[in-house]
Design a protein around this ligand. Sequence first.
Ligand code: FUB
Length: 462
Amino acid sequence: MIIPVVQEKLSSREQEIFDLLLKGSSPKEIAFKLNIGYSTVDYHRSNLYSKLGIHSIQELLATYGKDGAVNAAGPEAAPVEDRVRKHRRFRVLLFAGIAFLGVLMFCAGYFFAKPSSTIPLMPAACGTSADDSRFKPRYLVPDDYMADPAARVFNGRLYVYPSHDRDTDGYLGNKDNGGEYDMVDYHVFSLDDVAHGDVTDHGVVLALSDIPWAHGQLWDNDVAHKDGRYYMYFPAKDPDGIFRIGVAIASRPEGPFVPQAEPMHGSYSIDPCVLEDDGSYYMYFGGLWGGQLQLYNDNTYEYAPERMNMPYVTAGETIAPRVAKLSSDMLQFAEPPRAVELLDNAGRPFTQADKETRFFEASWMHKYKGKYYFTYSTGDAHTICYAVGDNPYGPFTYQGVILTEVSGWTTHHSIVEFNGTWYLFYHDAGPSGGKNHLRSMKVTRLQHLPDGSIRQIDGKDQ
Ligand code: FUB
């Protein structure tokens, strides 16, 4: 069993490796048991060492012992009874602390409560874990399939801009390379109490039939606000079956959105996400495999049939997400898109073979305490990861997994702060019984820990 202080620091993969190291497995045995590469084990092992301030396997065993108890006395292994006693004392203190905090929060809630329909889930200033149990992940639209939720706060209300899944034969009958994600319109939803409040469906705000240049597959979108106008950025396939990114404009966050006649010049691939930073707007985008990012070299389209296969995106050179500043009218790129550099914590760029950590799709960017948190899906490794940098262009250094595998192949998210609490919006295929292209959007609370890391969320938590 792992003690909480270790659990908080490590990703789920690092915890698995931590457990196996304590049980005496060698890195090679671990690679075999977890069915991952030796270099991946090595990578996670050095990450977990640095997170725990450990320098060798001997130090790990001496500090944590075989049962995961901390040996507070240092590298000399304490007798087992001692460690168990210390572990027990630690737990008693921890539970007493949590109980005390709980009572404090209950009293604060009692004295400062507003009428029940507007009570926030947690008082804004509370950033501890004591209240987690009161907020299980919540499905937001139980009677329809919505995916890829982009959550934004406009005028003090929370708006969600998802893709709208539907059950069809796939785009032009094609169920390979993402053809089954054959969407034809977008809805907007809004709410003001994330945990319990009503979710308002503002209906269809943009339809494929209204977009002059688009022929199919309205995938993940995002919305940005500037000078009283709302700009929706969305990918769709053009008449040649190539993904482009389009813009549609509204005067209110709930739409309707009126599309531009042409896609953005020089745009390509999928999953646009826009960060506003100091009055400038940056678009992050790109997605592999069906998302076509692997067909571009320095912003130039280089089609080859073999590049459409999954093995191509799971081996070889890095295929990086892209970032570009937007023009002041918000309608075009103000500069050629550049590659977003994602580094492991030894400063090495990921390659496509780093399946568990490399970028696949679903870029999102949020800022926290002056740092830039780039989050993304690892695609076939099915997790949402995060990497942190000092400016909007990066580089961003890998930190760990935010969301473990959900039900369904794709995983996609957004992160937003609303009324002082951070939330993770995401989707899974639970309600459709695991149909990959029929996904349901949900929300749960996200926690930044004092050291700047993000507490990991269990994707299977219902
Ligand atoms: O919804 C279609 C695609 O599935 C998105 O663009 C990807 O991010 C994945 O969620």
